[in-house]
Design a protein around this ligand. Structure first.
Ligand SMILES: *Cc1c(COP(=O)(O)O)cnc(C)c1O
Length: 396
């Protein structure tokens, strides 16, 4: 069975009527999302965790382009304990779509939205004492309690209470002060790794030091105030794979769920297959300039396919002339600058390719990592870059 959401609006996403059949596709460019692959990945990750360890599925950025609601529903059904998103809007999309499980907002939410956070039973990250004070004041005015997780900056130098080096005592003090503020409930305590997915010695040492600081702050907070946190968590995908001893009370993978980042260790399956079709095939003699900027010139008689995907669908323009797509079981080099809505591929050596042939831009048969390398980026960015005009088709 195949279902499709037009990924156009929150309204549509909330409306079961918005599911369409595969037959409703106009067969231009689409993203097939394998729900069995996500389910498989979830259980493959879960099976590596110590007993009692909770699973938080990261579904920020529309579940890395896979569609936040269908992925959240799947995780809720399969028994995951928590979800995380980056902001209030993403959290509200989940609540409007009927997701009832706990949702942690990883990024900043202005204190003026404290009422929405509380009404929707969302968990907010506290990133410094000043913001905790603002949340507390707002919650006191409302006469309600806001649920929070403290975020510690142990070396990512992004969000979080500072606590490295000379700032240790002050950081510990600020955390304790935050926890004593009225109308705030601190359920969790977490940090985020910068290089847990990098295997070299220097990166390993950095990750171990981040973890050491994390546990040292937890210990100091407990020693000075008796305060403990039910849910301590730090393991992103890289740490789930390479530092199982850091699972603590909950793990927080994103990329692994979508089928990447395990180096083959967990047998994960790529969940997204980005597909387009051949629109036109023509023959060019040698010496013909192809596409904007004339950056490719044919050197042989070329059977050239025009395919119906471009950078407005999410193909990185930087990968122009440097990647290949999978057509009829073979690699077709992409030629010339990638345009907004289409690009060209060399079909000279793929005589089976016809107008209408499917083209796998990335997916199980065409490793996204190759395309990411060609575009000097990472699979994360490519997954998030699939634009909203690309319908997501869910396969069971
Ligand atoms: C995005 C994010 C994650 C998930 O990262 P992956 O590398 O995809 O596993 C976990 N924690 C935080 C704080 C994040 O921002």
């Amino acid at each position: 069975m195949t279902q499709m959401y037009p990924s156009c609006s929150v309204m549509n996403l909330c409306d079961e009527e918005a599911f369409f059949n595969m037959n409703d596709l106009t067969k231009r460019t689409w993203a097939e999302i394998s729900l069995p692959a996500i389910r498989h990945n979830y259980h493959a990750i879960r099976s590596t965790l110590p007993a009692g360890c909770r699973f938080l599925g990261v579904v920020k950025a529309d579940a890395y382009g896979h569609g936040a609601l269908p992925i959240a529903r799947l995780l809720q059904e399969e028994g995951a304990e928590y979800l995380a998103v980056s902001c209030l809007d993403e959290a509200l999309e989940l609540r409007r779509g009927g997701i009832t499980m706990p949702v942690l907002i990883l990024g900043h939410t202005p204190a003026e939205y404290t009422a929405q956070l509380i009404e929707n039973n969302l968990t907010q990250t506290a990133t410094c004492l000043a913001k905790a004070v603002e949340y507390s004041e707002a919650a006191v005015r409302l006469g309600k309690t806001l649920k929070l997780h403290i975020k510690l900056d142990t070396g990512m130098s992004r969000l979080g209470y500072l606590c490295a080096g000379d700032l240790f005592e002050e950081g510990v003090g600020n955390i304790i002060s935050s926890c004593r503020l009225p109308n705030l409930a601190f359920e969790g305590f977490y940090t985020h790794f910068a290089v847990s997915d990098e295997p070299d010695e220097d990166s390993r040492a950095y990750t171990l030091e981040q973890y050491r600081l994390f546990t040292a702050v937890l210990d100091a907070v407990k020693a000075r105030s008796g305060i403990t946190f039910p849910i301590r968590h730090c393991a992103n995908s890289g740490a789930v794979v390479s530092y199982p001893e850091m699972a603590l009370d909950m793990v927080r993978p994103g990329l692994l769920l979508y089928g990447y980042g395990d180096g083959g260790k967990l047998g994960l399956q790529p969940a997204m297959r980005l597909v387009t079709t051949v629109s036109t095939i023509k023959y060019h003699e040698p010496g013909v300039c192809v596409s904007y900027g004339r950056r490719f010139v044919t050197t042989r008689r070329t059977r050239m396919g025009v395919i119906a995907a471009g950078y407005a669908d999410g193909l990185p323009r930087l990968s122009s002339n440097r990647c290949s797509y999978r057509i009829e079981g073979r690699d077709a080099p992409q030629l010339g600058t990638i345009c907004m809505d289409m690009c060209m591929v060399d079909l000279t050596d793929i005589p089976e390719a016809e107008v209408g042939s499917e083209v796998e831009l990335f997916g199980p048969a065409n490793d996204i990592c190759k395309l990411a390398d060609a575009a000097q980026t990472i699979p994360y960015e490519l997954l998030c870059s699939v634009t909203k005009r690309v319908p997501r088709v869910y396969t069971e």
